[in-house]
Ligand binder design. Structure first.
Ligand SMILES: C[S@@+](CC[C@H](N)C(=O)[O-])C[C@H]1O[C@@H](n2cnc3c(N)ncnc32)[C@H](O)[C@@H]1O
Length: 375
């Protein structure tokens, strides 16, 4: 453990139960692999910034840092190159004003989609997508998706994606897993569970989903909120940054496109090519990515401001014992422009199996928040 390590003062709550009880329910719009713990994000934000401070997250994923930042009265600029991540973050930062507003928006979008049910041509939908749904459910879901895209309603589209696949009755697919899309037709064969293969009422499920999503919502601050769908290496030059708080992609651990493929297909009606996959790249790629993003953002950070990187370390396989942590720390020592940053704290915790996307695999086991301060 790092000698600066003082995880007790961040008081991380690692169990799902504790988090779910207090989380803003916008965090639960739809799942995302490798999501940062909300309590970690909010503790870091509250400890290292104050109301009105500008926070940047260049690898925003599902927008945990972004939502916690605005909920705590901090303006935020978030970026991710994955269209699903950008959509989720926009949905959380720009939601309807309240449940009534959300319900009336749903009514409008649903009316618009109804005329399109019959027009959906499922022959243009790839077979691997069709395999997940009853044809009627798929037509209704696609028509609703098209209506949301036409109206530009990211919140409703995110809600649709949040109920897209699971084995529970409140979802739209045949029995399937929730986080990463796999059919569970062996565990729930059609002959034994015919009800799981019947058409599903999309509207009723959307109504229930929206109600759940509005259970616990943060105050709507009038702040700068920006979400950019972009490669973090091209993050726009920004000044007056008080803190960069981010969790970069875990080296060789997660594949954000493959694991979100069904939801990404629904957003675009295809799988985009432009989004590379760091999984297949080497250690050097991780170093280069962190280096170029940190160097790009460093000049805009105010003196006394912070660069806080929450990195994941695998303890098995090729990437043993603190590889990402070590690489990140070394980078700040060796790169000139990062020389003005000092590591002032390290918070560590192991990720319980319950939080891991694939429990049986050699996944990320430990998360460290490295806090560098610009001196
Ligand atoms: C560990 S996840 C972030 C999770 C996020 N903190 C959350 O709570 O959901 C890393 C993110 O980096 C994104 N990413 C990877 N390479 C990127 C790049 N070059 N530019 C922008 N985003 C990238 C991935 O799409 C993924 O969403």
């Amino acid at each position: 453990m790092d000698r600066n390590c003082d995880s007790s003062s961040l008081n991380p709550i690692w169990t799902n139960k504790a988090t779910l009880k207090y989380d803003w329910t916008f965090h639960q719009i739809a799942p995302y692999i490798g999501r940062m713990k909300t309590s970690i994000a909010s503790s870091l934000i509250k400890k290292y910034t104050k109301i009105g401070d500008l926070i940047i997250d260049p690898f925003c994923g599902s927008g945990v840092v972004a939502l916690e930042a605005v909920a705590a009265g901090r303006p935020v600029i978030a970026a991710d190159w994955n269209p699903y991540a950008a959509l989720l973050t926009r949905a959380k930062l720009f939601p309807p004003e309240n449940l009534l507003d959300a319900e009336s928006r749903l009514k409008i979008a649903w009316e618009l989609s109804r005329n399109r049910h019959a027009k959906q041509d499922l022959r243009s939908v790839p077979k691997w997508v069709r395999n997940f749904f009853h044809p009627t459910t798929l037509k209704h879901a696609l028509a609703f998706r098209d209506a949301c895209v036409d109206i530009g309603d990211d919140f409703l589209l995110a809600c649709l994606l949040g109920i897209l696949h699971h084995q529970r009755p409140g979802f739209l697919s045949y029995p399937a897993s929730h986080l990463v899309p796999y059919l569970r037709d062996k565990k729930f064969p059609r002959q034994s569970y015919p009800e799981m293969y019947e058409p599903r009422d999309v509207l009723i499920r959307l109504q229930a989903k929206i109600k759940r999503t509005f259970r616990r919502t943060p105050k709507n601050y009038n702040l700068l909120k920006k979400v950019i769908e972009i490669d973090a290496r091209k993050f726009p030059h920004t000044n007056n940054i008080n803190a960069v708080i981010t969790s970069p992609p875990y080296m060789n651990e997660l594949d954000y496109v493959r694991d979100n493929r069904l939801r990404i297909w629904f957003i675009r009606r295809n799988i985009p090519n432009g989004v590379e996959d760091i999984r297949r790249e080497k250690v050097q790629a991780f170093r280069d990515l962190i280096k170029s993003v940190c160097i790009r953002l460093a000049p805009g950070i105010l003196e006394g401001g912070y660069m806080i990187l929450v990195v994941g370390d695998a303890q098995k396989g090729n990437f043993r014992n603190g590889k990402t942590t070590k690489i990140t720390k070394e980078l700040f020592k060796t790169e000139n422009i990062l020389g003005s940053f000092q590591l002032i704290s390290t918070y560590e915790d192991t990720i319980p199996d319950i939080r891991r996307s694939r429990r049986e695999c050699r996944g990320t086991k430990k998360e460290s928040a490295l806090v560098f301060q610009k001196t």
